[in-house]
Design a protein around this ligand. Structure first.
Ligand SMILES: Cc1ncc(COP(=O)(O)O)c(C=O)c1O
Length: 503
């Protein structure tokens, strides 16, 4: 019997029972053989697509005995760049590259080149990095309500390497504050199931128990579940504005008010929305207030490397007070290497990325962000309208510009496969089975929205006419979503990471 068959037969098992059975059967030789065979099958599908350069370029398993010429290295990298950039440049990719215009990229590259040796760890050597980071934080804080009332005039923050790091350090700050100020030794965080994986990572890395709360039919945090989850060990409640999977806005106002009432921190994950929501509000779109204007919001994550149009590798984490930010900082006073202190997870950091981030914010300016946001939201409206003519697909929830599509009649993963054949690179999601497109400036180019709708129509028609068509990733997605043995799914993911590092 195949894993798929076992999976469909056991799908009724509650997770705890599935975990119990899995632990007992996983290492039985016959079962292990079957799992390995399934893993190999899945990896064979993936490996091929991950290694297009295997026969095109020399593989360097060890250092070359004599240095390779810079010209040769540059020409190889140029070749890879040319192969890889077409797809995202032409707007076939969900999220990923948020700006992507040549002039913008070349401008950021020039800034990077000028600052490539900068390291904010050495603030004495690179006062420019200090200036850039302090100004980035101030610009982002002011976008998110700083100074609109007496109780948010001290909003402060740090620059991090990305949304995940912003979330990790914020969760650590709440854990440490609760231990210091309330004596909480078994901290808990309340996290909607749709919140980003980075919160789960924080829970694992920092040993904070994650209390997952369900979402409503509109894919937003269920307030009753949030209320029920609060206890004396709760250190923070989390909400997203919007969520990664369905682009939905959790009820941040209600959640943060509840947190305030209970003396608990509240984090708005605005990694995706940080540079769209403030401008959408100014443009008159119906978006909720999710920032420090709400008295219960005590921290936020805002990604400059997404809709801030900076190069990859920066984000901002904001706190309502310096006192809370102090719990993020690391200091060491007794090290023979000297007095050591660093604000985030890394020690040395790429100052050039902070410079490029600062440059992106300045070059865009308020007018540039308004224009970009308007273009993205208009594209979203066009696609939402166009999809209405595809009755087999349903838009999940009430999204603004991150659009997730599911179906009651056809397999969304098969549609995703067909879209892949038409060059689209969209995100497959599960619970429920669906896929999404995060719209960026790439999709605002003439004809892209129309092409997306037309391709979606054709893909749906194909799947309707040929359900269960073999050959794509749909079965892998389907199995990964439904297999009750989640440990096995986790093992498959670890194997995938092994494949990435295989030469
Ligand atoms: C809502 C949300 N939060 C956090 C993150 C994590 O960001 P990063 O990939 O920059 O670490 C993402 C990434 O897509 C996101 O969508």
């Amino acid at each position: 019997m195949s894993i798929e068959k076992i999976s469909s037969k056991l799908s009724w098992l509650p997770p705890s029972a599935a975990r119990f059975i899995e632990k007992r059967v996983k290492n039985v030789p016959r079962v292990k053989k079957m799992i390995d065979a399934e893993n190999d099958k899945a990896m064979a599908v993936l490996e091929h697509s991950l290694r297009p350069y295997d026969n095109k370029f020399t593989k360097h398993k060890t250092l070359p005995a004599t240095g390779v010429s810079r010209e040769k290295i540059l020409s190889d990298i140029q070749h890879m760049h040319d192969v890889e950039s077409g797809r995202w440049k032409d707007g076939f990719v969900s999220g990923g590259i948020y700006h992507g215009d040549n002039e913008h990229i070349e401008f950021l590259n020039k800034v990077y080149a000028l600052q490539s040796q900068s390291n904010p760890l050495h603030s004495d050597l690179f006062p420019s990095a200090t200036k850039f980071e302090a100004e980035i934080i101030s610009m982002v804080a002011n976008l998110h309500g700083k100074g609109t009332s007496a109780d948010n005039s001290s909003v402060c923050g740090t620059v991090t390497s990305g949304g995940t790091e912003s979330i990790l350090v914020a969760m650590k700050a709440y854990r440490d504050r609760a231990r210091e100020e309330k004596g909480i030794t078994e901290p808990e965080m309340i996290v909607p199931t749709t919140a980003h994986a980075a919160f789960d990572k924080a829970s694992q890395y920092f040993n904070i128990k994650q209390v997952k709360v369900s979402v409503t039919g509109d894919y937003i945090a269920d307030m009753n579940a949030v209320k029920r989850a609060i206890n004396n060990n709760t250190v923070v409640i989390v909400g997203s504005a919007p969520t990664f999977p369905h682009g939905a806005f959790d009820p941040i106002k209600e959640m943060s008010a509840l947190a305030l009432k209970n003396g608990i921190g509240f984090h708005t994950d605005c990694c995706l929305g940080g540079f769209v929501v403030p401008f959408a509000e100014k443009l008159g779109y119906k978006v909720p207030v999710v920032d420090f204007r709400l008295p219960g919001v005590t921290s936020m994550s805002v990604d400059t490397h997404k809709y801030g149009y900076a190069a990859k590798g920066t984000s901002v984490v904001l706190y309502r007070t310096e006192a809370l930010r102090h719990y993020q900082f690391y200091t060491l006073t007794e090290w023979p290497g000297g007095l050591y202190f660093s604000p985030t997870l890394a020690g040395s950091r790429p100052g050039a990325l902070s410079a490029a981030c600062w440059a992106s914010l300045l070059a865009m300016g308020e007018d540039g962000f308004l224009k970009a946001t308007k273009a993205i939201l208009e594209t979203a409206d066009k696609i939402k309208e166009g999809v209405k003519a595809i009755p087999e697909l349903k838009l999940l929830g009430d999204p603004v510009w991150i659009l997730a599509f599911g179906s009651d009649t056809i397999n969304p993963y098969e549609v995703l496969d067909q879209m892949g054949k038409k060059n689209w690179n969209l995100n497959g999601l599960h619970k429920p089975a669906c896929f999404h497109i995060a719209l960026t400036l790439r999709h605002t180019q003439p004809g892209v929205a129309e092409r997306f709708i037309a391709d979606l129509k054709e893909s749906v028609a194909f799947v309707k006419a040929n359900p269960g068509n073999k050959g794509g990733l749909a079965p892998v997605y389907g199995m990964a979503a439904s297999l009750p043995f989640r440990g096995m799914v986790s093992d498959i993911l670890k194997k995938y990471l092994d494949v990435i590092y295989k030469l």
